[in-house]
Design a protein around this ligand. Structure first.
Ligand code: ZN
Ligand code: ZN
Length: 269
């Protein structure tokens, strides 16, 4: 068995529940020691942004990590949310009034309507504080930070509302819960779909990515390997769900649903 080579990424600082790691020049991972997703700081020549911010309870450690870099929360111009899950976005309300908050339009809709089921509020036990989305993103938008140009890619599957950000020149891929180191998958939640997931991974496979900055786990300098493994796993998952569907004798379960469709067809009689 081959051992993994030592991490090329440098740990800069330890806060109470977070570790600050340098991913590239002016790009930092804030990796929390609890269930919160990773947060990222990208310090551009014109604008400074964060990509995801973790749980609201971790906010003091997030601020401590920023402080180590000489960055105050007021210096953040924009917070981009990768999708609607609260382990990624819980602390976003702390940036109200000082930073623009952006998310894919489907995530923005769920967050603005306070769709707690989609946001997994019970699961993360977050306070019921509204989060306002200022900018609704779409596939093809570009976030220009001066020396970083982040392309917004719509990559649904984990949920219906996932985005990834990709800097083509630097090969930086912020893939949140769509792709993780070692090809670990983020799971398929209520609004997601395994078929969408596969299509998103196929798109990611076509990128010349060099560093993978995921929603969970370590940084990876082998994104091509990671996406290849994730694609294998996602195809296996697709087969498993097809078998499960057969095993459940789906026809009897669908009968009441089909009946209601037939009833709807009769409405005009
Ligand atoms: Zn998620
Ligand atoms: Zn997550």
């Amino acid at each position: 068995m081959s051992e993994r080579k030592p991490s090329p990424f440098k740990t800069l600082f330890e806060a109470e529940v977070a570790t600050l790691i340098e991913a590239a020049d002016d790009v930092y991972q804030i990796r929390f020691k609890n269930r919160a997703a990773n947060a990222y700081l990208v310090r551009g020549s014109k604008r400074t942004i964060m990509i995801d911010v973790g749980l609201s309870t971790n906010y003091p450690s997030l601020v401590a990590c920023l402080d180590h870099l000489g960055v105050t929360p007021e210096m953040i111009d924009m917070v981009v949310l990768s999708h609607e899950h609260l382990d990624h976005i819980g602390a976003a309300y702390h940036f109200h009034g000082t930073a623009y908050i952006a998310a894919h339009r489907l995530a923005a809709n769920k967050i603005m309507l306070r769709d707690d089921f989609s946001m997994l509020r019970k699961m993360f036990n977050e306070p019921n504080v509204p989060i306002d989305i200022d900018i609704w993103l779409e596939e093809g938008n570009l976030i220009d930070l001066g020396n970083f140009r982040l392309n917004v890619m719509y990559t649904p599957g984990h949920t219906s509302a996932c985005i990834s950000l990709f800097d083509q020149d630097k090969g930086l891929l912020f893939a949140a819960d769509t792709l993780m180191p070692g090809g670990v998958m983020g799971g398929v939640f209520g609004s997601g779909s395994i078929a969408d997931y596969i299509q998103s991974l196929e798109r990611i496979k076509g990128l010349n990515s060099k560093i993978l900055l995921s929603g969970h786990g370590r940084l990876s300098d082998t994104p091509q390997d990671d996406v290849r493994i994730a694609l294998q796993r996602s195809h296996a998952l697709l087969e498993d769900t097809a078998q499960l569907f057969d095993a459940l004798d789906a026809r009897s379960n669908f009968e009441p649903i089909m009946q209601s469709v037939r009833d709807l067809n009769k409405l005009d009689d």
